[in-house]
Design a protein around this ligand. Structure first.
Ligand SMILES: Nc1ncnc2c1ncn2[C@@H]1O[C@H](COP(=O)(O)OP(=O)(O)OP(=O)(O)O)[C@@H](O)[C@H]1O
Length: 314
């Protein structure tokens, strides 16, 4: 387990991370979200021992990163935002070098590098100098470096940043496969990625945790969660509009003159699981046919904005 305990960091008297605590269990992929400058990278650098905290600590598999850094770091893989790679080395030379630094030698060193290259789909660029690789491949090299020693705990700082959609997909698949056995903390700005990869997400804003829940539960905080958008076969009579208004706030969208249909958006004052059937009943009784009815599942980006927009800037 990764246990983050009351971690804080001040830079020049300004608090960047403010008493953050959370845990990540084995078999869990925890999404770490927040706007630019929220403190994600700073938190990750403290967890991995690259930056001393102002207070608090992180414990990796029972080993404190401050007092037992060798044991703690041996269990951690870290993909940093700006991964340090040696551009003149070939992919294999670089990974062999990293394996040596990690304490591997002889056949074990070769095996560690080969396994990492396999898992990160690098076999076709093994002898290519790193500076000649595309951004996606350089990212895979950084990824390979972080898993060389098959760590049980992975800290991934924006692992798909700058990759094309195909590369993003491949990296996500790699993360998903590794997430079955490891504890993974992954920071990203891509909310679709969180929905696809992370059963749990942590949102930080101005150095503080503002949410810790599943993406599905977070979406429920969207004021539009459970709202219905419906297309009617013909413009709604005034009586029906009045009845629909009793269910919530009704917004009428522009009628489509070509098809003579009308679109309504109905947002309940509070969540009502049977809103759509109530709407269907009222429309049926007024003899107005429904062409289409869509129930909003809420949007993570709306909730993200609600939670991370400073109150005075809203
Ligand atoms: N070495 C440093 N010296 C001074 N201030 C720093 C330093 N590193 C980070 N900061 C500040 O700490 C705050 C948090 O930065 P951090 O890089 O952790 O944010 P982030 O959430 O990772 O942002 P992004 O999404 O842009 O990567 C920012 O205000 C940043 O300017």
């Amino acid at each position: 387990m990764i246990e983050v305990k009351d971690l804080s960091k001040d830079f020049n008297g300004k608090r960047a991370v403010d008493a953050i605590s959370f845990t990540v269990d084995k078999g869990e992929i925890l999404g770490f979200l927040g706007p630019n400058g929220a403190g994600k990278s700073t938190t990750m650098r403290m967890i991995t021992g690259y930056l001393p905290p102002s207070s608090g600590t992180a414990v990796i598999d029972g080993f404190d990163i401050l007092t037992q850094p060798i044991e703690a770091r041996a269990r951690l893989g870290y993909l940093s935002e700006t991964a340090p790679v040696y551009p003149e080395m070939s992919v294999r030379e670089f990974l062999l070098f990293c394996a040596e630094v990690r304490g591997f030698s002889g056949k074990n060193r070769d095996r560690a590098a080969d396994d990492a290259m396999d898992r990160c789909f690098l076999k076709n660029v093994v002898h290519q100098p790193i500076h000649t690789l595309s951004k996606g491949y350089r990212q895979r090299v950084s990824f390979a470096q972080s898993i060389l020693h098959d760590p049980a705990y992975l800290i991934l700082d924006e692992p798909t940043d700058g990759l094309d959609p195909n590369q993003k997909h491949e990296v996500r698949q790699m993360i998903q496969a590794m997430g079955e056995a490891k504890a993974i903390l992954i920071s990203t700005h891509i909310l679709d990625e969180v929905e696809a990869l992370c059963p749990r997400a942590l949102i930080i804003s101005e150095g503080r945790i503002v949410a810790d829940d599943s993406p599905e539960k977070l979406r429920r905080q969207d004021p539009d969660y459970g709202a219905c958008t419906l297309t009617l076969n013909n413009p709604p009579p005034a009586g029906l509009m009045q009845e629909l208004s009793s269910l919530g706030e009704v917004r009428k969208e522009h009628p489509d003159r070509d098809t003579n249909t009308a679109k309504l958006h109905i947002r309940p004052r509070q969540y009502q699981p049977d809103l759509s059937s109530q709407i269907e009943g009222l429309c049926r009784r007024s003899g107005t046919g429904i062409n289409e009815l869509f129930i909003s599942q809420g949007r993570l980006d709306t909730v993200f904005r609600m939670l991370t927009t400073p109150k005075n800037a809203a």
